[in-house]
Design a protein around this ligand. Structure first.
Ligand SMILES: Nc1ncnc2c1ncn2[C@@H]1O[C@H](COP(=O)(O)OP(=O)(O)OP(=O)(O)O)[C@@H](O)[C@H]1O
Ligand SMILES: [Mg+2]
Length: 381
């Protein structure tokens, strides 16, 4: 086999039931999800995590004996299209089981083709022209769609008692949009017998935690989302396992320490691990190298980091804390060492530390802080 063939083995794709032998851990998260599904009577629950951390993979691997519907949103221009997309997908999946589903499906198809046709015509004629004619632009029939969704969820509960609705790809929206969508569908989705699981962006988790503890604002996330399953970053040994499972037959192409370099670079995110690994392989291929040694991999990572992160501008003092020797450790220890080593004022050292943490240059897990596997190569050519 040749090195290039490894690229397809480390392709960045969510895992599903067909390749779940490649799945690593997430046991606690699956357990939490299963408990919610089994014991909660109703409600909307979020599956939260940074991009590439494995939300879709988790969603794909939820197995339950309850009647469940998994949908992936594609039409996310605005609230109307999201509602239509949800409704259409549920109708499509339940066509065989629920009488009203076919009617709903046909209705949406007709609506969409009418509106699409109209908007194409409008582009042709030109907006200004239409405005002067005071002609009404057709809109999605939001209320009818809501009514249909209400009927459909009622029918589903009547037939199956409990229904699990899993929605992926809502994680590409902002907090405001997610809140609006879910809040406006309260009546239709938050009813006894319906458990809704949605993937949500990381930012929502941060704000959700805040909202849970602060009762004074309106429009809080905690009014809409009953609980959140947070997908943490993987540990180094888990990332290593993820990689090895993919390339176990081809490990001879890599110096063993190269895998550790890749793991370190990934900061616990499998997508980052696959990405840098592909970059290294392509670099080797272009240099006609067929086995990847430590120094080669390290230099490649350095070059890439310096190419991609060169717009990050830090002060000379901030750069001082990008020094591997200070990490890992607890915050106080790191700051104290930095003060001793570089003769910084105490408050300066703390504010530099906090700024670097904010920027994701220093990262934390279980109270232990370390330098991001990416940034440590910056200014360190
Ligand atoms: N538990 C896991 N075990 C092994 N590989 C995983 C696991 N979780 C995720 N991956 C891998 O990590 C990559 C990202 O996963 P996935 O697409 O599920 O993330 P995501 O959070 O849904 O990303 P996005 O934000 O783009 O929707 C994929 O290549 C996937 O195969
Ligand atoms: Mg995803």
């Amino acid at each position: 086999m040749e090195l290039g063939k490894i690229i397809e083995k480390i392709a960045d794709k969510p895992l599903n039931s067909k390749n779940k032998n490649l799945l690593v851990n997430r046991e606690k998260e699956f357990e939490k999800i299963n408990l919610i599904i089994s014991y909660q009577p109703y409600g909307i629950y979020g599956i939260c995590g940074e991009t590439g951390i494995g939300k879709t993979t988790v969603i794909n691997n939820i197995y339950t004996d309850y009647y469940s519907i998994k949908i992936s949103l594609t039409q996310r221009e605005n609230q109307d299209t999201i509602l239509y997309d949800i409704l259409y997908n549920i109708a499509l999946k339940t066509e065989e089981d629920i009488k009203i589903s076919r009617e709903i499906k046909d209705w949406i198809l007709e609506e969409v083709s009418y509106i699409k046709g109209f908007s194409m015509g409008m582009n042709f004629v030109g907006n200004a022209n239409l405005a002067t004619q005071n002609q009404k632009i057709p809109r999605f029939n939001y209320f009818k769609a809501k009514e249909y969704l209400n009927n459909l969820t009622d029918e589903l509960v009547k037939k199956y008692k409990k229904v699990i609705l899993i929605i992926d790809e809502l994680d590409k929206e902002s907090k405001k949009e997610v809140l609006l969508v879910l809040d406006n569908l309260k009546l239709e989705l938050q009813k006894d017998g319906i458990i809704v699981m949605v993937s949500l962006p990381y930012s929502i988790y941060r704000e959700y935690k805040y909202d849970r503890m602060h009762k004074n604002e309106s429009g809080n996330l905690e009014n809409v989302i009953k609980d959140i399953i947070y997908l943490r970053e993987f540990t180094n040994s888990e990332i290593k396992e993820i990689i090895i499972k993919r390339i176990k037959d081809d490990i001879q192409f890599f110096d063993e320490k190269v895998i550790d370099l890749i793991v370190d670079y990934s900061d616990g995110n499998p997508r980052d691990a696959f990405w840098i690994m592909q970059k290294i392989i392509f670099e080797a291929l272009s240099k006609k190298i067929n086995r990847i040694e430590f120094t080669f991999a390290k230099n490649t990572i350095k070059d890439i980091v310096n190419e991609y992160l060169n717009e990050v501008s830090l002060t000379e003092k901030q750069k001082l804390l990008i020094n591997e020797k200070l990490y890992p450790g607890i915050r106080e220890e790191i700051v104290k060492n930095a003060i001793d080593k570089f003769k910084l004022a105490r408050s300066t050292a703390y504010s530099i530390f906090d700024r670097l943490y904010e920027l994701g240059i220093i990262i934390e897990q279980n109270g232990i802080y370390r330098l991001s596997g990416k940034y440590k190569y910056l200014y360190n050519k």
